[in-house]
Design a protein around this ligand. Structure first.
Ligand code: ATP
Ligand code: MG
Length: 195
């Protein structure tokens, strides 16, 4: 893949197509009930659960970073199974910027993000130290104080099968006029059974 010298990347959990379809139908119903153009809904192909984000990385450092992250995860991370909880507003209901679906178990995803973070730090890049609450972003609110979000309290999250997690992906995020476009650079998998 030809990459520019400095790129924006993130490590995330990619979603299976069946989940993408269910979430995208759910977003469709939210969009209908929102009756507002003040929310920018995530395109279904862009749905993902971010674990670590790097605003600027030199493309030439990526292979070493991938090797370092792989080393942190190898033999340590077990297959896990995650599922969605409820709709939430981030960072808070008082300052709503994004509409998200909660995911559980949080601890496993936090642990996974920490291990990836170690690999990133071993590559001499900094990671975000803010409290990390794993989630699936559904939409971004353009005008937080003038958008009526009451429709969200009536939202019923559809029942979906659990997602088995046995890899993370490094995505390249490319700014585009129509919104960011993501491309998987590499996947890091593991095959330790669940405990
Ligand atoms: P756009 O920026 O075009 O609105 P986006 O936010 O999805 O779209 P990116 O900014 O490239 O695209 O972000 C990629 C992923 O990283 C998203 O999941 C985003 O929520 C997350 N992310 C972006 N900025 C940060 C940040 N400062 N800290 C943590 N995660 C971030
Ligand atoms: Mg962004």
């Amino acid at each position: 893949m030809m990459l520019p010298p400095i790129i924006r990347v993130f490590f995330a959990i990619d979603l299976p197509q069946s989940i993408r379809d269910s979430v995208s139908r759910f977003m469709g119903s939210l969009k209908k009930n929102a009756k507002s153009h003040a929310i920018r809904w995530v395109r279904p192909e862009n749905l993902h659960i971010t674990l670590q984000f790097l605003a600027e990385v030199r493309a030439e450092h990526l292979s070493q970073m991938l090797a370092n992250v792989r080393q942190e995860l190898e033999g340590v991370v077990k297959n896990s199974s995650i599922s969605f909880t409820e709709v939430h507003l981030f960072p808070s209901v008082f300052r709503p910027r994004v509409i998200v679906l909660g995911v559980k178990p949080q601890e496993e995803l936090v642990r996974l993000a920490e291990l990836i973070g170690r690999g990133i730090k071993a590559s001499h890049y900094d990671i975000e130290n803010r409290l990390f609450r794993p989630h699936l972003t559904l939409g971004r609110i353009k005008q937080p104080f003038s958008t009526n979000l009451k429709f969200l309290s009536a939202a019923v999250v559809p029942v979906m099968e659990a997602i088995s997690v046995n890899e993370v992906a490094l995505f390249y995020s490319e700014p585009r006029p129509e919104g960011s476009r993501y491309t998987v650079i590499e996947r890091i998998g593991w095959c330790l059974p669940m405990t």
